[in-house]
Design a protein around this ligand. Structure first.
Ligand code: OSB
Ligand code: MG
Length: 371
């Protein structure tokens, strides 16, 4: 049965992080995220735009996402009759880039569809292949090596199944060597967020000795071919993050042997429809995937949990407990991780957590209703 979206509410919220998060492209102290509520027949679906505060991870940021969602996505989605949420992406496929803004609306409609059907979002997207998902953590660049060692120890003791550390030129070989000395057997990986070029090939080859599970996005954010050359020179598998914005690019990267693993982020590929396609193409080629994170609030986190239940999400993702980021999350209960490093997939309809509306209201920076 078809449905129409009668109203879309955009809300920008501000959430200070408990600890700053530093990558090769900069530090984040607080998040400004755009939340999307889509309403049909008195039922609401919720989504989160995963863009950062600045156009440094990709071209999007909070303000661009607000404008794209308001002026280009909402008019194409409002009052249109959809037979299924998988059709939403077609309405915005003429927009170049801005996948996080379009994806924020798309995932909200999937949540709405799941609630209308009375089923968990994980089931609605064709996942639910597992009742719990495996969790890793992403640890930012720290002020000192001892501080990094301490953080890793905390997370290993909490049960997380793999540790990802951020690297950049000058915070790489010597730091990883120190980490390996302290933790010889943990599942460890490094994420460069595009901080290197092919001129650094010898430096990157040095990382082979540390038995890393993978090196994530070492080279330019839009450069698949250079990764082919680097992968041929490395024993460690390359995992692509920034480079993979569509299933087509995933297939090209895999066929060219630019990577052995793919990190799938809902926002980066524009929502569940394309994320499922990336997942499927990787699965057909025997390439494992895992779910990346963008320092999401509980709403984006819940969507990531649902995504992680697709069958080929066989590696621990960057989906971790709410309390690692926030003094208080906007969902209830907060996302919790077991001592075995797993999150139990919720079984309620939709994304499966309650929204703490009073708390959410207190975080709002701006709000606009479109109908
Ligand atoms: O490259 O995976 C990344 C955070 C912001 C931007 C890019 C990335 C990240 C993370 C954090 O690694 C993942 C998380 O804990 O949400
Ligand atoms: Mg990354």
């Amino acid at each position: 049965m078809g449905f129409q979206i009668e109203r879309i509410v955009l809300r920008q919220i501000r959430m200070p992080l408990l600890h700053f998060f530093e990558t090769s492209f900069g530090r984040t102290y607080e998040r400004h995220m755009v939340l999307i509520e889509v309403i049909s027949d008195g039922i609401s679906g919720w989504g989160e735009v995963t863009a950062g505060e600045n156009p440094f991870y990709n071209e999007e940021w909070t303000d661009s996402a607000w404008l794209i969602a308001r002026d280009y996505v909402a008019p194409r989605v409002l009052k249109h009759t959809f037979d299924s949420a998988s059709q939403v992406a077609d309405r915005t496929s003429h927009i170049r880039g801005h996948h996080m803004a379009t994806g924020g609306v798309e995932v909200a409609v999937w949540d709405l569809e799941a609630r209308r059907a009375g089923v968990p979002l994980a089931k609605q997207i064709g996942g639910a292949s597992r009742a719990e998902i495996a969790c890793g953590v992403s640890i930012g660049i720290q002020e000192s090596v001892p501080q990094l060692i301490k953080k890793i120890e905390t997370e290993v003791n909490a049960g997380y199944q793999r540790i990802k550390m951020k690297i950049k030129p000058g915070w790489d070989i010597d730091v990883i060597r120190e980490v390996r000395k302290n933790f010889p057997n943990i599942r460890l990986m490094a994420d460069a967020n595009s901080a290197y070029t092919l001129n650094d090939i010898d430096r990157l080859k040095c990382l082979d000795e540390f038995n890393l599970m993978m090196i994530e996005q070492p080279l330019a954010h839009d450069e698949i071919i250079d990764h082919v050359q680097l992968q041929a020179a490395l024993k460690t598998p390359i995992c692509l993050d920034e480079c993979i914005r569509s299933a087509h690019q995933a297939e090209q990267a895999i066929r060219m042997k630019a990577c052995g693993i793919i990190n799938i982020k809902l926002g980066r590929v524009g929502g569940f429809r394309e994320a499922k396609r990336v997942h499927d193409v990787a699965q057909q080629h025997g390439i494992p995937v895992w779910c990346g994170g963008m320092l999401e609030s509980g709403i984006g986190r819940a969507h990531n949990i649902a995504l992680s239940t697709l069958a080929n999400f066989v590696l621990p993702g960057d989906v971790s407990a709410s309390k690692r980021y926030w003094a208080r999350d906007i969902i209830s209960p907060a996302v919790e991780v077991s001592p075995q490093g797993t999150i139990t997939v919720p079984t309620k309809p939709g994304f499966g957590y309650d929204i703490d509306h009073d708390f959410l209201r207190s975080l709002i920076v701006r709000e606009e209703t479109l109908s």
